[in-house]
Design a protein around this ligand. Structure first.
Ligand SMILES: [Zn+2]
Length: 382
């Protein structure tokens, strides 16, 4: 799954509270707010994120780099402010999926991505917007929805009343904005409102967490509530080929995937016990030109799809695409500990509370270098 995250906001409304960082980087409990947004996406299976950045983009790019929680991060750079519409249009050019989640970098919403995808498929919708019922909808502008979930109109900001508001997450057809001119335009005013008559925009009501960092009261609430959230500091790491699945040598097609007997059930137990389940895999097949990063991601999605039947899931896949003969030395290829170190930082894990299962001495060496206990398992080969 792919997402575009709007992280180019100027933060004018928040400037009274936080002045030296772009709005999505405002600190909440010692972490930038954008981390909560990206955590939310990674937890829902988003494995490729295009970040639309502009104002103070260096702060964002330096902090996150090219990967976060196993998801590839790509940056769409705005040289001048493009407003919401222009920023999304430009970022969508870097996407590949048929439909893409478009997410505000300064709001947090507990949205049901699978239900949004189902609604899009069932209705042939161009857009599915996650909406949230709030007491003071007038502050945001109301979304008017009929009984079938179709969006009928948008009401201006105004009087204080209960209603549905745009929750800051949409599932959008990738080509939906390709007929709009390049440059600055507003998604709400120049696209949503004129297109509502086409009757192919739907809304899905989401309950649960909703925070808008553009509002100082919500920022204060985020600092209070999110910083008190307790994170699991425990993880169990797995090597992939030969450990989770039978090693067939540079597997990349879904039909090559065969689980080692008992592994899906084993993963499910760790999930149940509150451990993060993280895969760290050397994928030199990418450096060798045997398959692409997209092929690999598709295989990982298939793995999680099949694990679901066992009540199991992998929280994140970390990979090293290098090989010294083709791409020179790197810090991530096991026995080097780069992948494990990145995962420890991304998930804020305590190495003493982690374990690693692998079938090679390289796995054991990488674990030892991070203070993680390694458990060697027999190698499963075809
Ligand atoms: Zn590497």
């Amino acid at each position: 799954m792919e997402a575009v995250v709007l992280a180019g906001g100027l933060g004018t409304r928040l400037r009274s509270v936080v002045s030296d960082v772009p709005k999505p980087m405002a600190p909440v409990g010692g972490r930038p707010f954008l981390r909560f947004v990206l955590d939310n996406l990674a937890a829902r299976g988003v494995d490729r994120v295009v970040l639309a950045v502009g104002y103070m983009r260096g702060r964002i790019m330096d902090y996150f780099g090219d990967f976060y929680r196993g998801a590839r991060l790509v940056y769409s750079v705005e040289e001048e402010p493009l407003l919401t519409g222009g920023a999304v249009r430009k970022a969508l050019e870097l996407c590949r999926d048929e439909a893409v989640f478009v997410v505000n970098g300064d709001t947090l919403l507990d949205a049901d991505f699978e239900a949004m995808e189902r609604l899009r498929a069932e209705r042939g919708a161009s857009l599915v917007m996650a909406v949230r019922r709030v007491g003071d909808a007038g502050r945001f502008g109301t979304v008017c929805v009929n009984e079938q979930g179709r969006i009928e109109s948008f009401a201006e900001k105004g009087a204080r009343r209960e209603g549905l508001v745009n929750g800051g997450i949409c599932l959008m057809n990738r080509r939906w904005l390709s007929d709009m001119p390049e440059g600055a335009f507003s998604l709400e005013r120049d696209v949503f409102e004129p297109r509502v008559k086409r009757a192919d925009m739907y809304a899905l009501e989401c309950r649960g967490l909703f925070m808008d960092m553009g509002v100082p009261e919500d920022y204060a609430r985020a600092c209070r509530e999110l910083s008190q959230e307790s994170f699991s500091r425990r993880a169990v790491f797995f090597d992939r080929d030969g450990t989770i699945n039978v090693d067939v040598g540079h597997a990349f097609r879904p039909e090559q995937l065969r689980f080692v007997e008992g592994m899906p059930e084993f993963l499910a137990r760790w999930n149940e016990w509150g451990y993060r389940v993280i895969v760290a895999t050397n994928q030199s097949g990418i450096a060798r030109g045997l398959y692409s990063e997209d092929d690999m991601r598709a295989l990982h999605r298939e793995m999680n799809r099949r694990l679901k039947a066992f009540g199991a899931h992998v929280d994140a896949f970390y990979h090293c695409p290098h090989h010294p003969d083709f791409t020179g030395p790197c810090v991530c290829r096991k026995p080097a500990p780069g992948m494990l170190k990145k995962a420890l930082a991304d998930f804020e894990l305590d190495p003493a509370e982690c374990l690693l299962f692998g079938d090679s001495s390289e796995d054991m060496a990488a674990a030892a270098a991070c203070g993680i206990m390694g458990v060697r398992v027999p190698s499963a080969r075809a």
